[in-house]
Design a protein around this ligand. Structure first.
Ligand code: SF4
Length: 311
């Protein structure tokens, strides 16, 4: 068996689950990359310019319906999902298809939607990082008091491994890259994603692969390798995702665990030549360093520095 096949067969796919996380798995439904923040090193490129994209309610309904029999948590994911103009409709669809225990929200600020968040999402399976924003913390606490103990990131910043520093730019030898990919933190611990690529609903075995596909969708050289979202899609195995792994993992920086950036308080964005064409920050005059070499660390890919419990 080739090194490539061995790594592809050893990776975690949506059907495999991750026994140590909520309900044994998390699967995200991306709704937009619009965000009121511009965190350095955002895995979804919410710090970058360009059309942030919006899932349609019809696409969201198909996505949620395809996961009604999924065993794990289904997350509404962005960007900041609360900025989606049809957020109330998306929540209503989520309530119809996904049981409360498995309904998660990934959100940094409720932006006036706290009451509908409270009605829809289970705070115990939600990721609510306010990224050092007192106003966001206050609004969550006021309008969704049950989530108070789940809020994090008020007083301390998060560390992000730069995701858009491609392995292929730093490791010329393919087998060396496969060796790195085999130990990817996000594949072992994190989530798959449904998103919208070139106006089509697509499933990816990894949220970073989906983000790459969306951000590079304007480049005809980037292939559409997303899996069509049909009932039962998430039960597919390695064979269905092999082409995604072969393309996207080699263009990803997560396996290198490069020197992290501070989500809120850093001064420079970092990417590598493969991603330089899309790396145009939405924050005016924010510097971008295109890395010729990466300093690797033994740090976990994404680290939250604190959890802000009841204040
Ligand atoms: S795309 Fe990146 S983060 Fe996702 S599994 Fe591959 S190497 Fe890991």
């Amino acid at each position: 068996m080739s090194v490539a096949d061995d790594v592809i067969n050893s990776m975690v796919y949506p059907k495999d689950g991750r026994p140590f996380i909520w309900h044994g798995g998390i699967l995200q439904i991306w709704v937009t990359r619009a965000c009121d923040k511009a965190c350095f090193g955002c895995t979804q490129g919410s710090n970058l310019r360009g059309n942030p994209g919006l899932i349609t309610t019809e696409q969201f309904e198909r996505a949620a319906a395809s996961l009604s029999d999924y065993f794990g948590v289904v997350g509404m994911f962005g960007g900041n999902p609360a900025l989606h103009p049809r957020f109330h409709d998306l929540c209503e669809i989520m309530r119809r298809h996904i049981p409360y225990e498995r309904r998660g929200l990934w959100c940094n600020h409720p932006r006036g939607k706290g009451a509908i968040c409270r009605e829809t999402f289970n705070p115990e399976v939600s990721n609510l990082n306010v990224h050092m924003d007192q106003e966001a913390h206050d609004e969550f606490t006021r309008d969704w008091p049950e989530c108070r103990h789940r809020l994090k990131g008020l007083n301390e910043d998060a560390l992000h491994t730069p995701p858009f520093t491609a392995l292929i730019d730093h490791y010329p030898d393919e087998d060396d890259r496969w060796g790195k990919i085999r130990g990817c933190d996000i594949n072992r611990n994190w989530s798959a994603m449904i998103c919208v690529v070139r106006a089509e609903l697509r499933a990816y075995f990894c949220e970073i692969a989906g983000a790459q596909a969306m951000l590079h969708a304007g480049d005809p050289e980037w292939p559409d390798l997303g899996v069509p979202v049909e009932p039962g899609w998430w039960r597919k195995g390695a064979k269905a995702y092999a082409e995604q792994v072969k393309w996207h993992c080699h263009r990803c920086g997560i396996p290198m665990r490069a020197d992290p950036v501070l989500a809120v308080g850093d001064s420079h964005e970092k990417c590598s030549p493969t991603h330089a064409p899309i790396y145009r920050p939405k924050t005016k005059n924010r510097p971008v360093v295109v890395l010729d070499e990466v300093h690797e660390t033994d740090r976990f890919a994404t680290q939250y520095l604190s959890t802000e419990a009841a204040r």
